[in-house]
Design a protein around this ligand. Structure first.
Ligand code: 0O2
Length: 221
């Protein structure tokens, strides 16, 4: 009997993680299509980089402990909504909202929550746009809607978040006050850099638009 129970549990756990893998594949395809089509129409790509990850069992356990969630598959599935994670890095803040709108407009994507840490940065300085979505995946005998978290941020926000994440874990959650203050300052500087890059990009685009287009009539041999 024990062998059967373990076998069933193994199948259940494999199915559990597979669903997140399939959800990520669906979203990656959607992003690829958006990227290619956007490039074709606007001759530019708003997305710099896309990465995906499935939360590790250890990380899931840490989160259920922190949030006092029942350690059952059903409760984890319903309450831990970032087991499947997609991170999209954009060049400019403007692009973040464009990409977000394009994803939100897709009818098979159900938007569960939007956390705008760009308009409202976290106290530590963290900035990103988070979409919590539900995406359908089709198996041989049933359809399942899977929670996925999509984080959309600029290169500068990503640079800041990856260092902050490393420091946070390196110091075992007791980050000295001086470092916390400096990190927050760095987040403000990253936001300033984003604004400057966006302004420069706009100026360059205006210059390009104003460049006299060589007329076909002028092209005397
Ligand atoms: P990891 O290792 O990236 O997986 P909630 O469900 O709203 O109660 P939750 O799930 O913390 O709380 O939601 P939130 O705020 O959307 O955070 C989810 C993820 O965003 C985190 O996952 C991080 O990836 C990222 N994030 C949020 N806040 C910060 C921050 O202050 N610094 C950094 N570097 N990243 C942050 P995990 O599970 O914490 O970590």
């Amino acid at each position: 009997l024990e062998a059967i129970t373990f076998k069933n549990l193994q199948i259940e756990l494999t199915r559990f993680f597979l669903a997140y893998k399939f959800a990520l594949q669906e979203i990656e395809t959607k992003i690829n299509i958006l990227q290619e089509e956007f490039k074709l129409i606007h001759e530019y790509n708003p997305i710099e980089h896309v990465s995906t990850r499935i939360k590790s069992p250890k990380s899931i356990l840490m989160k259920i402990k922190k949030k006092s969630i029942e350690p059952s598959i059903e409760d984890i599935r319903e309450n831990i909504r970032d087991i499947a994670g997609v991170r999209i890095t954009c060049s400019f803040v403007e692009d973040i909202y464009k990409v977000s709108a394009m994803l939100q407009a897709q009818h098979d994507i159900e938007i569960v929550d939007v956390k705008d840490y760009i308009a409202y940065p976290k106290d530590n300085g963290y900035q990103s746009l988070h979409l919590i979505i539900k995406i359908p995946i089709f198996m041989s005998d049933h359809m399942e809607k899977v929670y996925t978290e999509i984080q959309i941020r600029t290169i500068a926000m990503d640079f800041w978040a990856s260092l902050e994440h490393k420091i946070y874990y390196k110091y075992n959650k007791e980050v000295p006050e001086r470092i916390r203050i400096e990190l927050k300052e760095a987040a403000l500087q990253a936001a300033e850099l984003d604004r400057k890059m966006e302004r420069l990009n706009k100026e360059i685009n205006i210059l390009k638009e104003n460049e006299a287009e060589p007329s076909l009539l002028d092209s005397t041999p």
